[in-house]
Every structure is written in C-alpha cells, then in structure tokens.
Design a protein around this ligand. Structure first.
Ligand SMILES: NC(=O)c1ccc[n+]([C@@H]2O[C@H](COP(=O)([O-])OP(=O)(O)OC[C@H]3O[C@@H](n4cnc5c(N)ncnc54)[C@H](OP(=O)(O)O)[C@@H]3O)[C@@H](O)[C@H]2O)c1
Length: 272
C-alpha cells in the first residue's frame, strides 16, 4: 500500500474527520482519491464546497475506498457498523479515530480478517502539529501501519504504541490540548489580576507557551533542567512554584489524567 495511491474515505466528517481531510489535501493527497461521508445534508454540502471532495453515502464509501477512516463519536460507532459492517470487503483497511474504542469492537462487527488500526490524534492537526499515536489491531500488517503513518504524518508527529496504551494516550495527548488551553486561560486571568490589559497578558502567555514548547522539543533537555534554569535562589519563580506545590497542581494533574483514562475505558465499556 502506498500513500496517495489508495482512496481514503473519511466516514463521519465532523471536527476530527475534517482535520484529517484538510491535512491530506495540504499534503498533496489527490482530491479524487478522497471521499467523505456525513450524517446531515447541510454538512455534506459544506464539506464538498470547502474541499472539492466527493461526499457520498456510507455504503458507496465502503464500496469505493480502500481505506475507511472512521471518525464518528464512539457512541455512534455501533450504529454505523450495523449499517456498513456486513458490507465491508475483508481486504479494506479500517482506521479508527474513535477515542476509547478497542480494535476488537470493530473486529467483532466486520468480516473475519478485516485489518483494523486504531489511532488517537488531536486538534493541533489544524496547524500540522498533531500528535498521533497508531496501534495495529488484529490482521493489520506492517504495510497497513506504514500507510496509516503516511496518512497522519502530514498532520504532525506520529508514534507507534501497543494498543494497550491507547487509553493512556487518549488521556495525555488526545485531551491534552484542553489542559494547555485551561492553563493559558488561568494565566491570562492572573495577568489581569496583576493589572495587565487582557490582550497584553494573552500575548505574553501565548508566546511564552510557544517558546517553552519549542525549547522542550528542540533542546531534548529534561523539563526539570529547563525549569531549574528559570528558578534562581530566593527569586520570583520559586515563590510561584511553592504556591503551585502548596495547591497540589502536580497531584491534580495526576488525578485528572487518571480520570480521563478511566473515562476512555468507561466509554469503551458502554459502547459494547
Ligand atoms: N475532538 C477531539 O479533540 C478529538 C481528539 C481525538 C479523537 N477524537 C475522536 O474523533 C471522533 C470524532 O470526534 P469529533 O470531535 O470530530 O466529533 P464530531 O465533530 O461530532 O464528528 C463526528 C461526525 O460524525 C457524523 N456521524 C455520526 N454518525 C454518522 C453516520 N452513521 N454516518 C455518517 N456520519 C456520521 C456526525 O454527524 P452529525 O454532525 O450529524 O452529528 C459528525 O459530523 C470521536 O470518536 C472522538 O473520540 C476527537
């Protein structure tokens, strides 16, 4: 399987499906090798007008595409597979973007032997800075994994993980952008408390976030080392860090990510 040679159908073109579609197009995937499906006619018209891709019904997508990228909400996946499952020829590759759903969920509803790959991407795909974790389910070969990687590389970074780690991935990078946005929102509020205009506080924190993230990625240094470089004896930073520790920010993050992981498991259990 080679990139751009196979037709990919995005099944359920909502927020994440649209990100994938636009990323593939930006990466030069031929528009006539892409299909999209939606539930509502209005949404279909919007997607067709915005990207020039052919929007078809689910069964046409199943018949025509070699790769089915399923990006419906986990709670809609059962009904979708009731509709398309029996009609999927076993040689098609099913790539699930659904949070929490194990590949076994798909395998049980697809013809025996259908290769399934599970991915967890995130919304920075919109700016080609996604983090996408890819896992092989049963019947997925090295070639299938390589194709999935080619599909998601244009959207940012990719990593292969065993499927058993995907609920943790969901908690960390799938939901991760929301944690950073919450932090930024709180820090902008803090800037306002300290008397800065909102726009100034916003600019200061957004650029600080970009700079810090770039240093984390490009220096390869441990975050503790980078933090220590900002933390001088009896200085301002250590006063702030004492407050963060006093208010249990580290413990809150551990508990929050554990809750997200548990919720991913719960969603999977409810979908069975
Ligand atoms: N948003 C994130 O940050 C994020 C991150 C990682 C993974 N994910 C995963 O990505 C998946 C999609 O999430 P999302 O945020 O993109 O949700 P979304 O915006 O609701 O997109 C899902 C789309 O699927 C459509 N749909 C539902 N059933 C369908 C069917 N039978 N046939 C055709 N289309 C159908 C929905 O139509 P309607 O518009 O009519 O509802 C909707 O447009 C989820 O499984 C989620 O777990 C999301």
């Amino acid at each position: 399987m080679a990139p751009g040679v196979h037709t990919v159908a995005v099944i359920g073109t909502g927020k994440i499906g649209e990100l994938m579609l636009s990323g593939l197009l930006r990466a030069g995937w031929p528009v006539d090798r892409l299909l999209a499906t939606t539930r509502r006619t209005g949404r279909a018209e919007e997607i067709a007008a915005r990207y020039g891709v052919r929007v078809v019904d689910n069964l046409t997508a199943v018949a025509e595409a070699e790769v089915l990228a399923v990006s419906v909400k986990p709670q809609d996946a059962g009904a979708l597979l009731d509709e398309i499952g029996p009609k999927v020829p076993p040689e098609k590759l099913v790539v699930s973007l659904c949070a929490g759903l194990p590949t076994g969920f798909f395998a049980r509803r697809l013809p025996e032997g259908t290769p399934v790959i599970r991915v967890m991407t995130n919304t920075p795909a919109l700016v080609d800075e996604a983090m996408t974790a890819i896992s092989a389910g049963s019947h997925a070969t090295a070639a299938h994994l390589a194709l999935a990687e080619e599909m998601f590389k244009p959207l940012g970074a990719t990593i292969r993980v065993p499927e058993s780690q995907q609920d943790a991935v969901t908690a960390l990078s799938g939901s991760g952008p929301a944690y950073f946005y919450l932090l930024v929102e709180a820090m902008v509020d803090a800037g306002i408390l300290l008397g800065l205009p909102r726009q100034v506080a916003h600019e200061l924190i957004v650029q600080t976030a970009i700079g810090s993230a770039t240093m984390l990625r490009d220096s390869g240094e441990h975050p503790v080392k980078l933090r220590e470089a900002v933390t001088s004896p009896a200085g301002t930073t250590i006063s702030a860090i004492r407050e963060l520790e006093k208010h249990g920010v580290r413990a809150a993050l551990l508990a929050a990510l554990e809750a997200a992981r548990d919720r991913a498991r719960e969603i999977a259990a409810q979908s069975e």
